[in-house]
Ligand binder design. Structure first.
Ligand SMILES: CC(C)(COP(=O)(O)OP(=O)(O)OC[C@H]1O[C@@H](n2cnc3c(N)ncnc32)[C@H](O)[C@@H]1OP(=O)(O)O)[C@@H](O)C(=O)NCCC(=O)NCCS
Length: 163
């Protein structure tokens, strides 16, 4: 792991920080994927810290033999924080016997598409116009996203896990 980054499990004491971070970065502590609303502070997660200062958060949910990354935020980009958090969730899903680690990102998020593909994730589905339905559940989702790209589609990526 990159020097200085320490990972720990998210706990009840982190709820305020987690909710504030999600509000700041995603407009709300609620994340919508595939028509499901996730209250991120109620999920499992990992927090990355540098000298006890939080610099990243990943939340996930295990359902049967699949693990979904629900949110991922790095507060110190290009320093290995995001990769370290994904490595931690790969380890946890492997321990739980998961066969698939998956996530949803939106069509505007070119950074995430690049990031996950470099880590071995594959694009497995484009859910066209799925964000229209998500907006009904979470009206805070903006019409225009990163790089001025209209946010329309949910893109599903997955990493198959070999036991
Ligand atoms: C996507 C995201 C989580 C990546 O986090 P990150 O901390 O920048 O990720 P990493 O540092 O591990 O990897 C990013 C890059 O840094 C490089 N890198 C990794 N470790 C490094 C290190 N020790 N030193 C320098 N560079 C490093 C990686 O190779 C990668 O290179 P690339 O820019 O050419 O792709 C981050 O950009 C983010 O928070 N984005 C906004 C929220 C978001 O979109 N989340 C995902 C939605 S599901």
């Amino acid at each position: 792991m990159t020097k200085g980054i320490v990972l720990r499990k998210m706990g009840p004491e982190d709820q305020v920080w987690v909710k504030d971070l999600l509000r700041e970065r995603w407009g709300s502590p609620r994340i919508v994927t595939r028509g499901r609303v996730h209250k991120v502070d109620q999920l499992s997660g990992f927090i990355a810290e540098d000298q006890e200062t939080p610099i990243g958060l990943l939340t996930y949910r295990i359902d049967g033999d699949a693990c979904e990354i629900v949110s991922l935020d790095s507060l110190q980009e290009s320093g290995g924080v995001g990769s370290a958090l994904v490595a931690a969730v790969i380890e946890t899903s492997t321990k739980h016997g998961c066969k698939r680690l998956w996530l949803i990102t939106t069509n505007d998020n070119i950074t995430a598409l690049r990031f996950y593909q470099k880590l071995g994730f594959r694009l497995v589905a484009v859910h066209r116009n799925a964000v229209d339905a998500s907006r009904e559940l979470k009206p805070e989702i903006p019409l225009i996203g990163m790089d001025g790209i209209p946010i329309r589609d949910e893109i599903e990526l997955e990493l198959r896990i070999d036991p």
